[in-house]
Design a protein around this ligand. Structure first.
Ligand SMILES: Cc1ncc(COP(=O)(O)O)c(C=O)c1O
Length: 381
């Protein structure tokens, strides 16, 4: 078959300045990264606690691989559910304060299969305008009709819930939004969905490890029906969890396609997760430092007239608007020794291109000030 249509699609992207390429990045100890032979301060990583290269994660990963092998041999329902899973899931449920927890291979996979497992054409999904693409794809796969409420606008959600009376309704939101770094009024969100008898799913990919009791997320103790969180960001490893009631977890074991039809995680990943669940609850000082750095950066940017949206977290957007200018600013910062990648449509809405500055507890105040000074020089160009 001729493949001109592939070329045309790529050319159309390139014409809009939106064609992406993969760049090799060498992983030094966070917050540094090596790009084309240059060591840069990394402001684009989700390694919020600097755990990805932590010796205990690496050591425990090796120990699990030695005990159970390099590969997991099959899906969890066949023979891939090695004892590493049991240990991690019991620990997780305790830390999340839920009856049960289930580990899946990635946040993408967990979200993609979730709505396909839970909802169907007779149901209704109400989701925040900015929920992650993996949730949206899952909703599309489920065949359930959906409506999107304005970002963090719970009055709008209340209105949609009112209109949906008599239906089984699923509400989707994030505890920390991945590109804006803001959060909804979680208590009101839980109250609204409970009062309406709706099923609340919270994506805690960017809150796990950073916020809440023992760093286990803003959802802890709130009473959401189901929480999805990832291990690949603050927890420095790979994979994801779903936390909820025992009944729900048993249901998902039977109906979640990502659990049923995919080979289980390699034991190494489970070992690293096990170690990070041991470390994260004790990292209160690191979380405090991270919170302080985030505040300094937001304040510094706002004082310089930059729009950081409603960020309240370690994710600090620097809104640029126009894509070409955003790419130019990112390239300038790279030249100055900082990796701060441009986030552009279709990842964000047209006209909302931004640098998504992601902070880590391993950053120093000097590095934040260095970034702000570089922005001052850019402003003066
Ligand atoms: C909000 C949100 N949910 C889910 C995911 C997917 O998680 P994973 O990277 O583990 O596939 C991401 C990843 O970027 C995310 O930002």
């Amino acid at each position: 078959m001729k493949q001109d249509w592939l070329q045309e699609a790529l050319q159309a992207r390139a014409a809009k300045g939106q064609k992406r390429t993969l760049r090799t990045m060498d992983c030094c100890q966070h917050p540094f990264v090596e790009v084309e032979g240059r060591k840069l301060v990394n402001f684009s990583s989700n390694d919020y606690l600097g755990l990805a290269a932590h010796p205990l994660l690496v050591e425990r990963g090796h120990a699990f691989a030695q005990a159970y092998g390099a590969g997991s041999r099959a899906s969890r329902l066949v023979c891939g559910s090695h004892p590493g899973y049991l240990k991690v899931e019991a620990k997780l449920a305790r830390l999340k304060g839920t009856e049960a927890a289930l580990v899946l291979n990635s946040g993408w996979q967990a979200n993609l299969g979730l709505l396909a497992a839970l909802a169907g054409p007779k149901d209704l999904v109400l989701m925040d305008k900015l929920v992650h693409n993996s949730l949206i794809q899952g909703v599309l796969a489920s065949g359930a009709p959906f409506k999107r409420f304005r970002h963090n606008d719970l009055d709008h959600l209340a209105q949609l819930l009112q209109e949906a009376q008599g239906k089984r309704v699923f509400v989707l939101a994030e505890t920390i939004y991945s590109m804006d770094g803001d959060q909804p009024d979680l208590e009101r969100l839980v109250g609204l969905t409970k009062a309406a008898g709706a099923f609340l799913i919270l994506d805690e990919a960017h809150g796990t490890g950073v916020f809440g009791p023992e760093g286990m997320g803003l959802s802890v103790g709130l009473g959401a029906d189901l929480v999805m969180g990832t291990f690949g960001k603050a927890l420095g490893s790979f994979g994801a969890y779903l936390a909820g009631s025992e009944l729900l977890v048993q249901y998902l074991i039977n109906f979640h396609p990502g659990l049923i039809y995919s080979t289980a995680l390699p034991p190494f990943a489970l070992g690293a997760i096990d170690a990070s669940l041991e470390l994260v609850p004790k990292m209160g000082a690191e979380r405090e430092h991270l919170g302080h750095l985030s505040q300094v950066l937001r304040q510094g940017l706002r004082q310089r007239g930059y729009d950081t949206l409603a960020s309240q977290s370690q994710i600090v957007p620097l809104l640029v608007g126009e894509e070409a200018q955003c790419l130019a600013l990112s390239a300038y910062l790279e030249d100055q020794g900082f990796l701060a990648l441009a986030i552009r449509p279709p990842t964000v809405e047209p006209g909302k291109a931004r640098l998504r500055l992601a902070l880590s507890a391993t950053h120093t105040l000097e590095q934040i000030n260095g970034l702000l000074s570089a922005l001052d020089r850019w402003g003066a160009l």
